[in-house]
Design a protein around this ligand. Structure first.
Ligand SMILES: Cc1cc2nc3c(=O)[nH]c(=O)nc-3n(C[C@H](O)[C@H](O)[C@H](O)COP(=O)(O)OP(=O)(O)OC[C@H]3O[C@@H](n4cnc5c(N)ncnc54)[C@H](O)[C@@H]3O)c2cc1C
Length: 307
């Protein structure tokens, strides 16, 4: 693992490229993840536009310093030791949203919530499913995020991506992205999403709003939104539901330190207030082992581990 000094040295170059206000050292990642856990990142940068993202990535690649592109941190568990390298955070600068006819063009750092709100205001239908997913456009394309009756693949038209290994930018159509259940070519090839265009359909603004309100109410009724988490902790195993397997295994409420299986929805591991990443890991591993022992199914984490 690289020492912090390697990243600190690069921080000076990043300050020249992005400006001193866009670069922080020893940034607590607990403040940038919905789980509210995670130690310090050596360097944390907030590029203001796509060119600055490209410049930051190029500097990291040239210096051989590990880097990680961050959206809203709503699908992440960062280690208590933090991250040795550079976090490139897109939500501060790449949050532009623009409507062009029936197309919604979104910066990668814009939130799904803001995108779906703007679509609703403009009477454009298609993104209602996304209104309660607390992620960014870039993270949602990376994961092919989905909920209820929709997913990104249903409405995405194209993405502008950057390949950090070559510095090349290109526009890829939705058919070129190999989008599947929580899977994409973006993730496979380590591409960075800079922006995305969604092909929406004209609809009745009141009906769009009513559907969003209904989905929000369903979420509030079923999910432990009052506690910090990263949403569904495990992927849906084929032929099963993770939450039901965990409930049937008698694991609702199972707790290690400040982390526990939610009493409200067993598919969520929640932070009761003072959880460490180690606590969350311990709960995840116990759930995996116990569900496998009882039902022969090994649950795979949906949440991504960093550090
Ligand atoms: C309460 C709650 C409810 C949730 N409900 C749902 C749900 O219904 N459906 C669902 O699918 N998910 C759900 N999630 C999980 C999460 O919100 C989504 O997976 C979301 O798409 C993650 O986006 P993010 O910006 O937070 O990504 P992050 O957590 O910041 O990052 C996740 C991954 O995406 C990569 N990434 C982020 N931005 C980019 C980019 N611009 N280019 C390339 N890679 C990038 C990161 O490097 C990382 O590997 C929920 C989470 C919570 C906390």
């Amino acid at each position: 693992m690289a020492s912090p000094e390697v990243a600190y040295k690069l921080a000076e170059r990043l300050e020249e490229l992005l400006g001193v206000d866009a670069v922080r050292r020893d940034e607590p990642m607990a403040e940038h993840t919905t789980f509210r856990v995670g130690g310090p990142a050596d360097v944390f940068v907030m590029p203001c536009d796509a060119d600055s993202v490209a410049a930051a990535l190029e500097a990291c690649v040239d210096a051989g310093v590990p880097h990680f592109v961050l959206g809203c941190g709503s699908d992440l568990l960062v280690a208590d030791e933090g991250y040795r390298g550079v976090i490139i955070s897109l939500t501060e600068g790449l949050d532009e949203l623009r409507v062009e006819g029936e197309t919604l063009v979104c910066g990668a750092g814009a939130t799904l919530k803001d995108a779906s709100e703007l679509a609703a205001e403009c009477g454009l239908s298609g993104l209602e499913f996304a209104c309660g997913i607390p992620g960014s456009i870039g993270g949602a394309c990376f994961m092919n995020a989905g909920a209820y009756d929709g997913c990104i693949a249903d409405v995405l038209d194209s993405v502008e991506v950057l390949d950090p290994s070559t510095g090349e930018r290109s526009t890829l159509g939705v058919d070129e992205l190999d989008l599947g259940y929580r899977h994409s070519r973006i993730a496979d090839e380590g591409l960075v999403v800079l922006s995305a265009s969604f092909a929406l359909a004209p609809g009745d603004a009141a009906e769009i709003r009513a559907k969003m309100d209904d989905l929000t109410a369903q979420r509030e009724a079923k999910q432990p939104l009052e506690l910090a988490s990263a949403g569904s902790t495990f992927k849906r195993p084929e032929g099963y539901f993770a939450g039901k397997l965990i409930t049937d295994a008698g694991l609702k409420g199972y707790q290690v330190g400040g982390a526990a299986v939610s009493e409200k929805h067993a598919g969520f591991v929640v932070n009761l207030g003072d959880a460490t990443a180690a606590d969350v890991h311990a709960v995840i591993e116990h759930v995996q082992d116990e569900v496998e022992r009882q039902f022969g199914v090994r649950l795979q984490p949906e949440v991504r581990f960093l550090g």
